[in-house]
Design a protein around this ligand. Sequence first.
Ligand SMILES: Cc1cc2nc3c(=O)[nH]c(=O)nc-3n(C[C@H](O)[C@H](O)[C@H](O)COP(=O)(O)O)c2cc1C
Length: 183
Amino acid sequence: MARVDVHPNEWLGHPGLVRETYARLTAEGILLASLNEHGRLNPMTIGWCTFGAIWGRPMCVVLVRPSRHTYTCIERTGDFTVNVLPEALGQVPDYCGTVSGRSMDKLRHLELDTLPSKHISSSGIACANIVLECKVVHRNDAQEAAFPEEILASYYPGGDFHRVYFGQVLGVSVDEAFLAGVR
Ligand SMILES: Cc1cc2nc3c(=O)[nH]c(=O)nc-3n(C[C@H](O)[C@H](O)[C@H](O)COP(=O)(O)O)c2cc1C
């Protein structure tokens, strides 16, 4: 599968790439991938993620609960990739969103290859249509006192408040055939 590098500013302004990212995000989820302490790439499904220009930079913002293995990984490396898989691989986000990489090599189980990154330590996932290479430039914790009661009751009955990672998008890799088909 040939791949094309797209400039991060061009990615933010490309309606087809942004539309596909949101479509997958709001359907089965997309994959946040980071390296664990053994240098193994760990993918975790996310449904909460926003994009835009912040501090004059193309940014991807993700929310990770401290209970996730991914939290430990990102805290260690300070970077991550965001991977948008083809719709036909919907069973992959299902699996990566229910199994923890703490005790399991998810990519090995799924027989998926990694894609070396050009700007950060964490790799991407080779079969992804879109891979964003993100470096954490800011992080912040969701604050209990700042939430209305209904959100606390729905999303935080057991605490485990998300850490919000602001990832500057340093590189974007897109599957060539996929790119040719999106407008
Ligand atoms: C559709 C879907 C979306 C999810 N979104 C998030 C999210 O945005 N943040 C989060 O912390 N966990 C989210 N999860 C839960 C994690 O993916 C799940 O707990 C995963 O097993 C954690 O993997 P890890 O322990 O290897 O990091 C989501 C799960 C699913 C199925």
